[in-house]
Design a protein. Structure first.
Length: 521
């Protein structure tokens, strides 16, 4: 191990990539004009790794090769990295042509690349960039010192498969998505026709292509062993399976096959594989611990609160509409605000409220909104709206701010769950309770509206050991803050596929963050 450390320190001195690979040309591992040389990301480090191994082949065990290539294949299907797709394509070609020396060099270099990716994907900034903004195509930094040393050790003890596993998520959620991926992969080359209907299909109806319907249901990894095979109509055993399929895809589980159910049934197999792979890789970003934590998953319009490792509260949520997306982020809940007032964000004031006031000057009074000069309490802070010439204002240069007073009609409802952050994103109650009855709930301006906020507030105080009765007399005052004894991590995540309660669940890509195109029929 001491030798490994000294070698790693030597890497910091040598920097010539072409010189590092010349040795392999002299050893006849590479042709002078080999394309493999142009693919190597870390030539100096690769040379030092082989020097430590007395220039012997490293990837001679097919099981180890398979472990690495399988992980790269998942990243390839996820569709966010042309870099990994290129490396894997050349590794396959070299293996198929039995070009074992070139394969070995490229596999070693790609393993370093994979470790660098794995270390950085868990970082919120890097992960958000690759999985939601820009693809991974350029060179990655050298893996950490610990990663490189673990590579040396894995080579020495012949455990490269375990090294791959060490840089792959071990969570049950990740493993189940990968398991579903490989289950579906076996059907990749089967040309399965689209399932078509002429009208809504209801229980008892005669079915055309009943077997095709069952096959398409099975692509969601559903067990069809209990479905009857001796009937031609839409019987109860098949209705039950369709209801399960609907539930797993966020649809009303009524058993009626209509446009929404048909769309998910006809999701192209490659797209379903891509969803599984991409969301498996995204799961690297999310915390595995479920001690005390709040998690909001935007595509499922759902929030969960864990306390001491147990899920103690679940709620439907309303998230930002597509033009004002709720961001993927991590923050902390530090206090509960009773009867909050609402400082209207400037974007909402300019784009939503001011046009309403121009049309109806009584709008502000109806909505209990006051115009103020600043957010701070100063003498004569409020502005009389009757003194403003609304017909001549320019919304973009409007010099004032707006605040909605507390009350039942306040946009934040009666509870604000305060999570200080630069983007002013927080959880809150809402007077628009009817929105929770909709399947798709992307209606807010970015913040997260929580159903049954009163129950959530009571449970928060209880789990924090705070006596709600002590604050009961304060409930009618505005902005009464109850500081939490312990801040609670809040993770707003984006998973269009996830594993829960023994099943893999799918949802629509509400913000179109997935890096592949839907081809649902």
């Amino acid at each position: 191990m001491r030798k490994c450390v000294s070698i790693f320190l030597m890497l910091m001195i040598f920097s010539s990539g072409s010189l590092a690979l010349e040795r392999f040309v002299k050893m006849d591992w590479l042709e002078p004009d080999s394309f493999v040389a142009s693919l190597i990301q870390y030539p100096e480090l690769v040379d030092q790794i082989y020097a430590e191994n007395d220039y012997q082949l490293i990837w001679f065990d097919s099981k180890h090769n398979s472990y690495l290539e399988s992980q790269l294949e998942i990243i390839e299907h996820a569709g966010f990295s042309s870099l990994f797709s290129r490396q894997l394509a050349h590794m396959r070609k070299l293996r198929e042509n039995s070009q074992w020396f070139e394969y070995d060099l490229l596999a070693t270099d790609t393993m370093l690349l994979y470790m660098s990716y794995a270390e950085r994907a868990a970082s919120s900034d890097q992960g958000k960039e690759w999985f939601f903004q820009h693809s991974l195509s350029g060179k990655l930094p050298t893996p950490s010192r610990d990663a490189v040393l673990s590579f040396f050790v894995a080579i020495e003890v012949h455990q490269l498969d375990q090294l791959v596993n060490a840089y792959t998520p071990s969570s049950q959620g990740y493993q189940q998505l990968v398991s579903s991926f490989w289950y579906l992969k076996q059907y990749e080359h089967i040309d399965l026709p689209l399932y078509r209907i002429r009208k809504l299909v209801k229980s008892g109806d005669t079915l055309e292509n009943r077997d095709l319907l069952i096959q398409r249901l099975q692509l969601a990894n559903l067990d069809a062993s209990t479905v009857r095979t001796d009937v031609s109509w839409y019987d109860d055993t098949l209705v039950k399976l369709v209801k399960e399929f609907q539930s797993l895809h966020g649809l009303k589980p009524d058993g009626v096959i209509g446009p929404a159910t048909l769309s998910w049934l006809n999701l192209a197999l490659n797209d379903r594989l891509a969803m599984l792979a991409l969301n498996a890789e995204r799961s690297r970003m999310w915390p595995e611990q479920r001690d005390t934590i709040i998690m909001v998953n935007v595509p499922s319009f759902d929030m969960k609160y864990w306390y001491l490792g147990e899920e103690v509260f679940e709620s439907k949520v309303v998230v930002g509409r597509t033009t004002r997306k709720t961001p993927v982020m991590t923050t902390k809940l530090d206090s509960l605000i009773l009867n909050p007032t609402w400082n209207v964000p400037r974007k909402i004031m300019v784009e939503d409220i001011l046009p309403q006031v121009v049309q109806d000057t009584a709008y502000l009074e109806k909505q209990n909104i006051e115009i103020i000069k600043s957010w701070y309490s100063v003498p004569d802070n409020t502005v009389n709206p009757e003194l403003i010439d609304w017909n001549s204002i320019n919304p973009n240069t409007f010099p004032y701010k707006m605040r909605q007073q507390s009350g039942q009609s306040n946009a934040l409802g009666l509870y604000k769950f305060n999570t200080p952050n630069p983007r002013a994103i927080f959880l809150h109650d809402t007077p628009s309770k009817h929105l929770f009855g909709k399947e798709t709930r992307a209606f807010s301006s970015g913040c997260v509206r929580v159903e049954n906020a009163d129950q959530f507030a009571s449970l928060l105080l209880e789990t924090q050991g705070i006596d709600a009765m002590e604050h009961q007399s304060e409930e009618m005052s505005s902005n009464h803050a109850i500081p939490l004894k312990r801040r609670i991590p809040v993770h707003i995540i984006y998973q269009t596929v996830w594993y829960e309660a023994g099943k893999v669940h799918y949802r629509d890509d509400v913000y179109r963050y997935d890096t592949f195109s839907y081809t649902k029929g």
